[in-house]
Design a protein around this ligand. Sequence first.
Ligand code: PMT
Length: 217
Amino acid sequence: NSYQPLAGKQVLVTAGPTIEAVDVVRYFTNHSSGKMGFAIAKVACDLGANVTLVSGPVELETPPNIERVDVTTAEDMYDAVMSRFNDQDIVVSAAAVADYKPTNQYDRKMKKQSGDLTLELTRTRDILQALGKAKSTQYLVGFAAETDDAIKNGRDKMARKNLDAIVVNDISQDEQGFKTDTNAVEVLTNKGEHQSIPLQSKEKVAQQLWSTLTKEM
Ligand code: PMT
């Protein structure tokens, strides 16, 4: 690939789900496969960037020439991303990070009780929001996985989290979003750009995403 608009850039991408333990055998997670984030990382590398991929537990091979950092929980991901943030030019947050974790995480197997069980959940820290507060020169790209009012919610998230761009992923359609090999997204930038990227492979979506972003930076 001779077209290298990201040459010399440090790019960090987050991908995959997080896992939040209830006890030693049970946990909360979500349906993220990591495919979207891995495609974004691979294409950034093809375009010349030095790429760090911070990934939750997924079953994907690491694309060549990418530094991969494996994490499990939202808190691990927070630490892995924050500790590397100062060195980055661009951060893309495609991970599906848990918003809540069990308040008590038992280091034994919880015994079955008679009757129902109520679990208390505690909010996790929002990584992207913390990056938005901490950012100096970095170009910060978030995702918004939405089932309703996708564009409006995306715009609100971009403003609230102090992002430069947001990728709105309507996950109410069958062929796009979590787990699928294909996706369709809308890219909004804080300069007012609005680009629709139609349904196609996640790698092709990643190519169009970087083409839009590199024009906007
Ligand atoms: O992994 P795949 O199977 O390929 O699926 C791709 C995807 C659907 C996971 C991906 O395209 C996507 O939409 N990722 C974002 C999923 C999500 O959790 O969105 P959200 O709207 O809940 O979060 C908004 C943004 O804040 C995201 O950039 C998220 O990474 C970030 N966030 C959320 C919570 C938190 N504690 N910290 C965060 O940084």
